[in-house]
Design a protein around this ligand. Structure first.
Ligand SMILES: [Zn+2]
Length: 477
């Protein structure tokens, strides 16, 4: 088994990015070969103290043999990785070389940045990954999971050791890829120059990519909006096309790029049918709408859902047009909701919604017509009979004809626009394609009413929209 190097919590909202540090680590260990793709592993996005996107990096090193494949370009030199390898021993010298890179590039000035590295001779139990992507893992638990496997090094409170260890424990059931391009240091902090038209062209030209352009907000979401070294990141299911997709953009030329295997867009963070909606987790629950949707101050839309308990389901203001889907729900509708459980008030921040069935909605009864003269009758009070003003005929209240209101909503899946999706959320583009591939049928195709937005403000290093009054569905705080 190759050496597993995990790094986490080196970045801050003011700059830097743990993935950039990965490129420096590849440079710092020239005597070792990468085995498999570098990995970018996102962990529970609901952890209150996470740094930005809560992403850790895992690089696997050994002496490679057999065919190699390109996973990057650093300072004009291709970065290669191997499928097969001969093991090497972890050494104190390697840990020192890695530590020097972390000390050179981490943002120690940020109080929320608490870096750590782990250098392990074997991958710890995958249970650590599943705990860390779905729940809250204590530092002691992470340290126990890697005990005896190799070196660890911590800085400040060393909380990064949890993510660093969890990243080395990831054994993908599902995976996607992201090519991340980095800027020349002289450009850091300056506006990024990537033509919007080229970004819009990614979905049609490279259909296996996703979360490229937010059509609703009319902006590219492959570029971060922080002064970090990242130029852009393109996500997709097929790693072989991502370098071409990057080259297709034109505009500012990257100084280096690296192709990561990631758990982004996999829904790995979602706990299905939990016994209870516990805070700081993301869950998938199916239930019945038990009240009218309402819009609360700030433009958020709330609707009560009965499941094991009654839980308010919320589409926050930054989810824009997606709120109209929630507004169109009615009591009796059957829905599947995927979202993050908020502690106070206890509610579910929607990440995706499937409408399973629509209840008939009856309009306010229409007054009946007069049996004798045909004229529309008048109501004479809430419980009183109808009366014809022309001839005086009366009809009982129960003769009123209810009409079924047409629903402005269809059965099927809905999701927020690209700009307000979470890194780990599986985009419908992926979910529906996988469904088709698996069964030959998806069950349902996306609705026309579905806002077909294409990724998000929460791309690796992005800051939340300044207009966003609540950071609940943002990852980069
Ligand atoms: Zn009449």
């Amino acid at each position: 088994m190759p050496l597993h190097l995990g790094v986490d919590d080196t970045d801050s909202v003011r700059g830097m990015c743990t993935t950039y540090l990965a490129t420096e680590l590849v440079r710092a260990l020239p005597e070792l070969d990468l085995v498999g793709f570098p990995r970018l592993v996102r962990l529970n996005p609901n952890i209150p103290w996470k740094t930005r996107g809560n992403g850790a990096v895992c690089l696997r090193f050994a002496r490679g043999h057999g065919p190699r494949f390109q996973v990057g370009d650093i300072d004009g030199q291709p970065a290669w990785a191997y499928r097969r390898s001969k093991p090497v021993e972890a050494s104190g010298a390697m840990a020192e070389a890695v530590s020097a890179v972390v000390e050179r590039w981490s943002r120690f000035d940020d109080p929320m940045t608490n870096p750590a590295i782990v250098l392990l001779s074997a991958s710890p139990s995958p249970g650590l990954y599943w705990r860390a992507v779905r729940e809250i893992v204590a530092k002691g638990e992470a340290l126990a999971a890697i005990e005896g496997l190799g070196f660890t090094r911590e800085w400040k409170n060393g909380r990064g050791v949890i993510g660093a260890a969890a990243a080395t424990a990831w054994r993908p059931r599902d995976r996607t890829y992201e090519v991340i391009a980095y800027r020349h240091p002289s450009r850091w902090g300056t506006p990024r120059e990537i033509p919007a038209t080229a970004v819009r062209g990614l979905d049609p030209r490279f259909p296996s990519t996703f979360n490229n352009y937010d059509e609703e907000a009319d902006r590219s979401v492959i570029t971060p909006r922080t002064p970090c070294p990242v130029l852009c990141g393109i996500r997709g299911d097929d790693p072989s096309v991502l370098p071409d997709a990057l080259r297709s953009l034109g505009g500012e030329l990257p100084e280096r790029w690296l192709l990561f295997e990631t758990n982004q867009g996999t829904d790995d963070h979602v706990v299905r049918n939990p016994r209870a909606a516990r805070p700081w987790t993301s869950v998938e629950i199916a239930g019945t709408v038990v009240g009218e949707p309402r819009t609360i101050p700030g433009g958020h839309v709330v609707v009560p859902l009965r499941w094991r308990q009654t839980l308010d389901v919320v589409a926050y203001e930054p989810s824009k047009g997606f709120r109209n889907i929630v507004r169109a729900l009615a009591p009796g509708d059957a829905v599947r909701a995927i979202g993050a459980v908020r502690e106070v008030p206890r509610s579910l921040n929607l990440e995706k919604l499937e409408v399973l069935g629509l209840a008939p909605v009856l309009e306010k009864p229409e007054n009946p017509s007069c049996m004798r003269c045909g004229k529309r009758m008048k109501s004479t009070g809430a419980a009183a009979p109808f009366r014809c003003l022309r001839c005086g005929t009366r009809r009982p209240r129960s003769d009123a004809a209810f009409v079924r209101r047409p629903r402005a909503l269809a059965v099927g899946w809905y999701e927020p626009p690209v700009g307000s999706r979470r890194h780990l959320s599986m985009p419908l583009k992926r979910l529906l394609r996988r469904g088709r591939e698996r069964k030959g049928v998806v069950g349902r195709t996306p609705n026309r009413a579905s806002p077909s937005f294409s990724r998000g403000a929460d791309s690796f290093c992005l800051l939340p929209l300044s207009a966003n009054p609540r950071a609940d569905i943002k990852e980069d705080l």
